[in-house]
Design a protein around this ligand. Structure first.
Ligand SMILES: C[S@@+](CC[C@H](N)C(=O)[O-])C[C@H]1O[C@@H](n2cnc3c(N)ncnc32)[C@H](O)[C@@H]1O
Length: 286
């Protein structure tokens, strides 16, 4: 059985990933002594470390698709291949970590000029390949569908025009094109490229289809009264989680633990802006 690799890293480096809804999610796992916990998105290991601290007898299994993360490397859509025994609780803490955003050099942030890769794993198509080779309509669809970008048509058009001049290579190549369509205004709360970057990251990593498959396989891996705990960060993810939970409750294979999603306290949102959009949902297998 794969185990979390070297677990506790030095927490003193600056701007480390801060685990979101830490106590709320660990409480929701409802772990008891000697049980097995699967962390499906280990990242910086914040949640796993807290589980180990609070429940020293719990066995922690951890996976992550990022090869830089020192645990069993797997996409949770392939969870059935790496986790072959029943577990008592699973956590999915979705999206990317602060380390990936700020230090991976893989182009997740529109604030840094880096190669436009955006893969959390090191396999599959890069974000730049999508921009340089997909047809205009397909690009428009991902910007609209995964970014809920109102100007998806115009941005897709501008991308296709720009790549005739020079193929996309870096994040700033893309930021410049988005800014020709969406002008920055002091009233804007978010950067003009926010939605485009979100859409492209979701498409590059096939995040939504992985989530659908991963939830199903995670639920399958749970033993009786096992808890499935999911933290999502945007409405597309949350919709998938909500619908999946609703279906399991309707077919009477799960009971609802959180009627409404748990969100971050005011204190947490002040200390960790990333927690602002987080939604925690929980079901229990019956
Ligand atoms: C928000 S971070 C998790 C942070 C972690 N809970 C912590 O406190 O440090 C999400 C992690 O999930 C990983 N991830 C995202 N999608 C994945 C997938 N489909 N399969 C496996 N890992 C995935 C990312 O590589 C990233 O490291």
């Amino acid at each position: 059985m794969p185990q979390a690799g070297r677990p506790i890293e030095n927490d003193s480096s600056q701007n480390m990933h801060k685990p979101v809804l830490l106590h709320e999610s660990i409480n929701a796992l409802d772990l008891k002594s000697g049980e097995i916990f699967l962390d499906a998105t280990y990242g910086g290991g914040g949640h796993s470390k807290e589980v180990r601290r609070r429940f020293p007898t719990v066995k922690v299994i951890a996976i992550d698709q990022d090869p830089k993360v020192d645990v069993t490397r797997a996409n949770f859509r392939d969870l059935d291949k790496v986790v072959t025994q029943k577990v008592d609780a699973i956590l999915f803490d979705l999206g990317i970590s602060t380390d990936q955003l700020e230090r991976s050099g893989r182009g997740f942030s529109f604030l840094r000029d880096e190669p436009l890769d955006m893969r959390m794993s090191n396999t599959g198509i890069r974000a730049a390949d999508i921009l340089n080779s997909w047809d205009e309509h397909a690009i428009e669809l991902i910007l609209r569908g995964f970014g809920e970008e109102r100007l998806s048509g115009k941005i897709a058009r501008a991308i296709v025009e720009q790549r005739k001049v020079k193929p996309f290579q870096t994040t700033f190549d893309l930021v410049r094109v988005v800014e020709t369509v969406k002008h920055r205004s002091f009233r804007d709360k978010i950067h003009p490229a926010t939605k485009t970057f979100q859409a492209l990251r979701i498409a590059t990593n096939e995040e939504l289809s992985s989530l659908e498959v991963g939830l199903e396989k995670g639920f399958e891996a749970l033993g009786h009264q096992g808890r499935l705990v999911v933290i999502s960060f945007h409405s597309l993810e949350d919709r998938i989680v909500k619908n999946f939970f609703r279906e399991k409750i309707k077919e009477k294979s799960a009971r609802q633990i959180t009627k409404k999603p748990i969100t971050a306290s005011e204190e947490e949102t002040m200390n960790n802006p990333r927690s602002r959009s987080a939604k925690l949902r929980v079901i229990e297998k019956i």
